[in-house]
Design a protein around this ligand. Structure first.
Ligand code: TNX
Length: 673
């Protein structure tokens, strides 16, 4: 790769979206302007963002050189020279889906000259030609009213609050000593508050004005706690360090509210709070494949999760676009698959630029993160997303493919040939090794193996897989599957494909992976498609229902333990409204914070189905999150809305109270509007 060698070349890249109108198809226009003093000739233009040109899109005033998933390379007409001050505009009406929000457009662009020089362009947010453009970033925060519904600042709201009377607001909390569990919780609390609210001095010794906090042990529910307020101090009673920590977090929230909004919130000198969560599984997922989050950011995020009393961190470590965890037995993997860039085996995508960007977590770093999460009462669940979503992995380790595979199939995201092969023993051995290493790193003993979105044409050009299919479903099935190869319509992996050849092959793959997870004494997690073929042992697995709302109840009915996370309510990458100026995706809708808060994850479930309900999870997919201001806008306060549903008894939820308290909750990057 060559770094820019032409100091007088400065490029500006702009994109414009005109929605469909009547008979007129939509129009996506890209514009390159030469702001420098040197003419630009013999070049191609590369850009990427969630919005995707069709594989064979016609380009006006240019030609498509290559379309790889969400990365496009186009060229101007032959002989074209972009003179200083001049502009080249090209456009297409053929996108895989219409743009709905400004963040759907390109986030990154660069030019490559015939000599191979790479010239990054400055990129502006995509403009809609039909609305006023004001792209939003940063967490929306409601004003804290003078008369709140409750005079205490707590989120999620506790089960029972009794006899509260306000008094003087203390200068801080002087944490006493107690059992090992209490001391551990006090340390974690000091750590969390120092991370989230540096400079606020929530923890202070008594001689600095800290209010005495005493700890008392009791037997009972692990995550429950009780707070007893008196003029001379507060007593926290709990059974475990998690319970003590939750009691302290409630206390810290009350103190912050009273301190920052004294006309609105009080600090009690009498009364009691008795609290315990409604759900066992209160999760948050983070996709670190599409965007990389450094270890320090993950740690900070864990503190945010703890402050919301969430207790499961689902770490989506691998996807088509990157592999993010060191595997000792396969050092090649992260050397290659953790990076994207021009000319690398995965091109720039979702805002990553032409020069190698990315990263991965070393096993030492993973141990640190997992240990920290443990102190914050959070179990970490790693996900290795297989057999689909494995493009980056297969680029790094092509020996895991069927060597005789021919042709092409593509995923719904336009990723070619991205599935681990169920009939390739090396792929199974790979998974066994990875699972063994993970079992040693993640003491919660839950290993999530993905299983979502296998394209319907997967393995249709693999003789190994077709032979396996013939033995499982017969020669006819294998022959007909072979005809799927090189078809354009083979992209979906929906829920109603139980008997599709790919479902049969995926089941064969999962059966083996699940067996190795079980032999390690671990539980297997999967997305809802892991139910295909019914090969998981229901006593040592759980599924996440994500495609729609009813699917979770259906799978619970079939006996699977369920975590409910429908895209329509709990996918935090969805924009918060249909407005163009909101960032985010839109395939599952555009749930506002209120919609997410009001969503009842078990509405209409039977008593029998409810026995398989484990809890709920926020999912943070990252195609749209090319900048951290977008992250703050999309994730908050909806994360807290999910946290309150997971913790607070349904009958005690109250939107007006929630939205007031949400204004005092932390976000991750400090972008507010
Ligand atoms: C579907 S949810 C996916 C992800 C995308 C997400 C975007 C799931 C199991 N698969 O690969 O990132 O939609 O919303």
């Amino acid at each position: 790769m060559t770094v820019p060698s032409e100091p007088n070349l400065s490029l500006l890249f702009e994109t414009f979206w005109t929605p469909a109108a009547g008979e007129e198809a939509p129009l996506y226009t890209v514009r390159l302007t030469n702001l420098g003093a040197t003419p630009l000739a013999d070049f191609v233009l590369c850009f990427s963002g969630p919005g995707r040109l069709q594989a064979t899109a016609a380009i006006q005033n240019g030609r498509l050189v290559r379309r790889f998933s969400n990365h496009s390379t186009i060229a101007p007409p032959d002989g074209f020279v972009l003179l200083p001050g001049a502009t080249w505009e090209a456009s297409s009406r053929q996108l895989s889906y219409p743009l709905r929000h400004w963040s759907d457009g390109a986030h990154n662009a660069y030019v490559v000259t015939a000599e191979g020089t790479i010239l990054p362009a400055r990129v502006l947010p995509t403009i809609s030609t039909t609305v006023d453009n004001a792209p939003r970033r940063g967490t929306a925060r409601a004003p804290v009213p003078f008369n709140p519904p409750e005079p205490l600042s707590i989120l999620p709201w506790p089960k029972d609050v009794r006899g509260i009377a306000g008094g003087q607001v203390p200068h801080g909390l002087a944490l006493g000593t107690g059992s090992a569990a209490a001391v551990e919780a006090a340390d974690a609390f000091a750590d969390i508050t120092a991370r989230l609210f540096p400079g606020e001095g929530l923890v202070r010794d008594a001689h600095q004005g800290g209010l005495t906090v005493r700890f008392a042990e009791r037997a009972g529910e692990a995550e429950a706690y009780r707070l007893d307020f008196a003029a001379d101090g507060v007593r926290v009673t709990a059974a475990t360090s998690a319970g003590f920590l939750y009691g302290l977090i409630t206390l810290g929230q009350i103190l912050r509210g009273a301190r920052r909004q004294p006309a609105t919130f009080l600090f009690p000198v009498a009364g009691a709070i008795e609290d315990a969560p409604r759900m066992d599984f209160r999760g948050c997922h983070l996709d670190v494949a599409r965007q990389f989050y450094a270890g320090a950011e993950v740690k900070q995020f864990l503190a945010v999760l703890a402050w919301n009393k969430l207790n499961r961190f689902h770490w989506h470590l691998t996807d088509d676009e990157a592999w993010r965890i060191e595997i000792a037995a396969y050092p090649h993997l992260t050397e290659k698959a953790a990076w994207r860039g021009h000319g690398l085996s995965v091109p720039p995508l979702f805002g990553s630029g032409p020069f190698a960007t990315g990263g991965y977590y070393t096993q030492a770093e993973v141990r640190e993160i997992v240990a920290l999460a443990g102190r914050y009462a959070i179990a970490v669940i790693p996900e290795i997303d297989v057999p689909g979503h494995s493009f980056a992995l297969l680029q790094a380790l092509p020996e895991l493919r069927d060597p005789d595979e021919t042709g092409e199939y593509a995923s719904v995201q336009g990723m070619p040939n991205n599935c681990l092969n169920p009939a390739q023993p090396k792929a199974i051995a790979f998974m066994e090794t990875v699972m063994r290493e993970l079992a040693g790193l993640f003491p919660a003993g839950i290993l999530h193996v993905g299983a979502d979105e296998v394209p319907l044409g997967a393995w249709s050009g693999s003789p190994m897989a077709l032979a396996m299919l013939a033995s499982l479903s017969g020669e006819d099935a294998a022959r007909s599957h072979a005809r799927q190869n090189n078809m354009e319509t083979n992209q979906d992996g929906a829920d109603d494909i139980e008997n599709a050849p790919t479902a049969v092959l995926q089941a064969a793959f999962l059966r083996q992976v699940h067996e190795s997870v079980r032999s390690l004494g671990c539980v297997t997690g999967g997305w809802q498609e892991a139910a295909h073929g019914d090969v998981l042992d229901k006593g040592s697995s759980y599924l996440i229902g994500w495609r729609d709302v009813p699917v979770s109840a259906r799978l619970a009915e079939a006996g699977y333990d369920m975590v409910v996370s429908p895209g329509q309510a709990y996918y935090l990458d969805m924009a918060q409204s249909a407005d163009w100026n909101e960032p985010g995706a839109g395939w599952a809708g555009s749930p506002s914070a209120r919609d997410t808060y009001d969503f009842d994850p078990v509405q209409g479930w039977t008593v029998e189905q409810l026995t398989h309900f484990k809890g709920i999870q926020a999912c943070i997919w990252n195609e749209s999150m090319a900048d951290r201001g977008v992250f703050d806008r999309l994730v908050f306060p909806r994360l807290s809305a999910i946290a309150e549903t997971a913790w607070t008894p349904w009958a005690q939820k109250d939107w007006d109270r929630f939205i007031v308290n949400a204004a005092l909750m932390p976000n991750l990057y400090g972008h507010w509007v």
